[in-house]
Design a protein around this ligand. Structure first.
Ligand code: MG
Length: 203
């Protein structure tokens, strides 16, 4: 399986990092070894001093597809979950300055904690899902899928023009504003609507 992610999908977050609103989605990937499942702890790596949380809704692809049209894209994912796109912001900032790839900044071990997945049919409106992230009990990020620049269906259609999607692939769909650093000892908790889905201790 593979993990794909969209870099800029919420206007307020693009502004907080002084990035430009893209004309096309910014896509990157993380290796499978980035995954943390079942509320496993995150071990702060020694190569960075500025690991940031980014909470994101994650789609799980349910069948293989290539060149999927936006109209049919909803048939290609059946479950959603929530994840954290941990980013070594110091490494990413250096890469951005030089126009270099984000592989290490975004793809290091443990950089993709994910929750369990729930059927998308559990949601009345996929484009009005609230989600949030708290750090040590204090809400830091609040998002709503109605604020996405690119819809789930658009993201699936766009990625599948270039990369075949397979059953089990995951797509991180972008973070709202409020990203920030973590420290050893912090506890992150992510919710979809009011349901706690993910718990990550920083060790
Ligand atoms: Mg992200």
């Amino acid at each position: 399986m593979k993990i794909l992610a969209i870099g800029r999908n919420y206007v307020a977050h693009i502004k907080e990092l002084n990035n430009e609103i893209p004309t096309d989605p910014v896509i990157f990937s993380k290796p499978e070894t980035a995954l943390l499942r079942k509320n496993a702890p995150f071990y702060y790596p020694e190569f960075s001093n500025d690991i940031h949380y980014e909470v994101e809704i994650v789609l799980k692809i349910c069948k293989q597809g290539k060149n999927i049209s936006e109209k049919f894209a909803h048939n290609y994912y059946d479950e959603i979950g929530i994840g954290i796109d941990f980013t070594a912001r110091d490494i990413q900032d250096k890469a951005k300055e030089k126009g270099l790839p984000w592989v290490i900044a975004k793809g290091f071990d443990g950089s993709a904690p994910i929750s369990h997945f729930v059927p998308k049919s559990d949601f009345k409106d996929l484009y009005n899902i609230k989600f949030s992230l708290s750090l040590d009990g204090e809400i830091k990020q609040k998002g709503n899928t109605k604020l996405m620049i690119y819809s789930f269906n658009y993201i699936i259609a766009y990625i599948s023009k270039f990369i075949t999607l397979n059953k089990g692939d995951l797509i991180f769909t972008g973070t709202p504003e409020g990203v920030g650093p973590v420290k050893i000892g912090n506890i992150l908790e992510a919710c979809i609507e009011d349901k706690k889905m993910l718990h990550v201790k920083i060790k």
